[in-house]
Design a protein around this ligand. Structure first.
Ligand code: GLP
Length: 245
């Protein structure tokens, strides 16, 4: 695992965006695994700027990690809306080449199987972008999540619903109790992983994930079993690491 510590959050996000752009430029048919959350907003902002300076997304396909369930794709609080507003509508990627789990699917298990099939049909994910939740989740893989799990319907922890309440007028009880998420096994199948965490609030869980035991109780610790994983932190998020990053 390669750990990069940037001086601040913006520098961490610029570094992440530069690596995503390098992957896109160096790959004939890039397949991006995309993430949501506040950390990712600056990364998408930088990528949109790069697009305006010539970076094309036309050859890309994308698969997002997760979506609330149930939620309509046109609900402004959905991850469909997040992706549309922060990235897709600003770049040259055709909507049919982007995919986010369907939070309105009448049969969630079928949707999860179809999602796995679609990733496989695209040749697998080349670069998967990841954040980390305060419970150590990647995607919405709350503890405990077996490292072999595939895309599935999960229950969200109260901690996560509270962490994500901002989009729901700060009413955590309004955050859906469930979500569709790629499994830890789905994530580990990506050829390269890029996790980004910034800010002091993440320091403890970053330390647990990178310095603690590799355990299904901290989903992000699974990344240490991946042969090509880079973690980009700012100094605050790296603050409790044994190695100092
Ligand atoms: C949500 C997403 C995760 C993301 C996490 C971190 O829970 N499902 O994929 O890593 O948020 O969010 P933030 O960047 O807002 O801290």
């Amino acid at each position: 695992m390669d750990i990069v510590v940037a001086p601040d959050a913006m520098a961490a996000c610029r570094e992440a965006a530069a690596r995503i752009a390098a992957y896109m430029r160096g790959t004939p048919e890039p397949v991006l695994g995309l993430a949501t959350g506040r950390t990712m907003e600056a990364i998408y902002h930088v990528l949109v700027g790069m697009h305006r300076n010539g970076l094309s997304f036309a050859r890309c396909r994308s698969f997002n990690l997760d979506e609330y369930y149930p939620i309509a794709p046109d609900d402004p609080r959905s991850y469909h809306a997040y992706m549309r507003e922060r990235l897709f509508r600003h770049v040259d990627i055709a909507p049919e080449r982007t995919r986010v789990p369907d939070g309105a699917a009448p049969d969630p298990e079928r949707e999860c199987r179809a999602y796995e099939d679609a990733i496989r049909a695209a040749g697998g994910i080349g670069l998967q972008l990841l954040g980390i939740g305060l419970t150590g989740h990647i995607g919405f893989n709350e503890p405990p999540s077996d490292f072999a799990t595939r895309t599935r319907l999960v229950e969200l922890d109260e901690t996560t619903r509270r962490q994500n309440a901002e989009m729901f007028d700060d009413r955590w009880q309004d955050v859906p109790r469930r979500a569709l998420t790629m499994g830890v096994g789905t994530i580990l199948d990506a050829r390269r992983l890029l996790m980004v965490a910034t800010g002091a609030a993440k320091a403890r869980i970053v330390r647990d994930a990178l310095d603690g035991p590799v355990t299904p109780m901290v989903s992000a610790s699974a990344l240490r079993q991946h042969p090509a994983c880079t973690v980009i932190l700012d100094e605050e998020a790296a603050g409790l690491l044994r190695s100092g990053g």
